[in-house]
Design a protein around this ligand. Structure first.
Ligand code: ADP
Ligand code: MG
Length: 240
């Protein structure tokens, strides 16, 4: 589903990604962990071209998204993204947030888009919030709406960048449950998270990033129980 070849990314002189190679199969749930500043967010942002790769290739479903001729809208339809701080449009209702991109980008007719939105609101358990504005919602509710909004484009892949890091502890679970359901349905996902229990339960593969590279990877349980690299051991000893 996603093939990453020799991905490098620099900001000016700062080299952030220093050669990432990976292959994410359809239905995989890849959990990305690593120290702050190791390039996790930059990596995810390159995969939906919110950042442009400095060199290397990223094939999503066979399309090289680093190719400047590939339209950004084509990528955004394939790759959905959910952020730590939700990024809902504050001046739009929940329903408008969810239907905007399908109507504008996919040219879906508004009635159809609404239907899709209500189905997704049911999925995240928030149908009754359709006409509310984001500022009336809790953090956990906002994040569930952000997930519904990303799903409205019917993406092939979902990227999550620390989706629960900004939430009060009692709201973490409701968001993780939604992501877990997606995993069960076979959605291909990459998730940056510090929720190690979740990583172990839901991740089909764990990737440990350090200083802009994938230092170690494997089945989550195997990496947690038996980290090969010293830097992985040090990181895990701090978070587990
Ligand atoms: P992580 O998500 O693992 O904490 P990031 O990918 O956010 O790491 O950041 C990696 C490094 O890249 C950091 O040193 C950060 O300051 C730098 N960085 C990220 N985005 C930008 C940017 N837009 N401009 C300049 N430096 C950036
Ligand atoms: Mg980050």
């Amino acid at each position: 589903m996603i093939e990453v070849k020799g991905l490098h990314k620099s900001f000016g002189k700062l080299q952030v990604l220093k050669g990432i190679d990976d292959y994410i199969a359809k239905g995989e749930v890849v959990v990305v962990i690593g120290p702050s500043g190791s390039g996790k967010s930059t990596y995810l942002r390159c995969i939906n071209r919110m950042e442009e790769a400095t060199s290397g290739q990223i094939l999503v479903d066979g399309v090289d998204i680093t190719d400047k001729n590939v339209e950004i809208n084509q990528i955004r339809q394939k790759v959905g993204m959910v952020f730590q701080h939700f990024n809902l449009f504050p001046h739009m209702t929940v329903l408008e947030n969810i239907t905007l991109a399908p109507i504008q980008v996919k040219k879906m007719n508004p009635e159809e888009a609404k239907k899709v939105a209500y189905t997704l609101l049911d999925k995240v358990g928030l149908r009754e919030k359709a006409d509310e504005y984001p500022n009336k919602l809790s953090g956990g509710q906002k994040q569930r709406i952000a997930i519904a909004r990303a799903l409205a484009m019917n993406p092939e892949v979902m990227l999550f960048d620390e989706p629960t890091s900004a939430l009060d502890p009692e709201m973490v679970k409701e968001v993780l449950e939604v992501i877990k359901d997606l995993a069960k349905e076979g959605m291909t996902m990459m998730i940056v998270t510090h929720e190690m229990g979740f990583a172990k339960e839901v991740g089909t593969r764990l990737v440990f990033m350090d200083e802009g590279k994938i230092l170690e990877e494997g089945k989550p349980k195997e990496v947690f129980d038996n980290p090969r690299e010293e830097r992985t051991q040090i990181f895990l000893s701090k978070v587990l």
